[in-house]
Design a protein around this ligand. Structure first.
Ligand code: SF4
Length: 146
C-alpha cells in the first residue's frame, strides 16, 4: 500500500531556502512514519534568489507584495503559488504542512506590510491558492500529525 504524500515547506525540511539563507527545520521523525514528504519552496519556485530581501503582503485586494526596499514582487509570489498548485495536482496531494507567518506559506497570520514585525490575521499566497483547490493546509504549530 502506498503511503500518503504530504507537501511540506522546504525550509521545515531543513533546506536553506529562507530569505536569510537559513532554514526552519522541525522534528520530522513522526511525520516520516506517516507520510511521504514532498518539499517545495514557492518563493524559490517563483524566481526569487536565496538569500533575498524579506517580503510582506501590503494588500490582498488588489494583491500586492513588496520587499523591504519597496520592489513589487507580487508576480514572483503568484508564479510560486501556481507552481505549487501544479505540483500538488500532479502528485495527488491533498494535505500540506507549511511554515507559519510566511507571506507564501502561512495559514493563519502574516506580517502587515509595514516591515515592523506586526502580525495580522491572514494567509500566505500559496496557502490561498491551495485552499482554493481543496488542499488542507496546516502549519508546524498545529502538530496535526502527533
Ligand atoms: S516560501 Fe515557504 S518554503 Fe520557502 S522559505 Fe518561505 S516559508 Fe519556507
Amino acid at each position: 500500500m502506498s503511503i500518503e504524500k504530504l507537501l511540506i515547506s522546504s525550509c521545515l525540511m531543513g533546506e536553506n531556502v529562507k530569505y536569510n539563507g537559513k532554514n526552519n527545520l522541525i522534528d520530522l521523525a513522526q511525520l516520516r512514519e506517516q507520510y511521504e514528504l514532498i518539499p517545495f519552496c514557492p518563493e524559490v519556485a517563483g524566481g526569487l534568489p536565496t538569500p533575498r530581501l524579506p517580503s510582506e503582503i501590503v494588500s490582498f485586494t488588489p494583491l500586492k507584495l513588496i520587499n523591504n526596499k519597496g520592489k513589487d514582487v507580487t508576480h514572483n509570489f503568484i508564479i510560486g503559488a501556481k507552481k505549487t498548485v501544479n505540483l500538488v495536482k500532479k502528485e495527488g496531494i491533498t494535505k500540506a504542512l507549511l511554515k507559519a507567518n510566511s507571506p507564501s506559506c502561512s495559514s493563519a497570520f502574516v506580517y502587515d506590510g509595514s516591515f515592523e514585525r506586526q502580525l495580522v490575521k491572514g494567509k500566505g499566497i500559496t496557502t490561498l491558492f491551495l485552499r482554493e483547490i481543496g488542499v488542507e493546509v496546516f502549519d508546524e504549530n498545529s502538530n496535526f500529525w502527533l
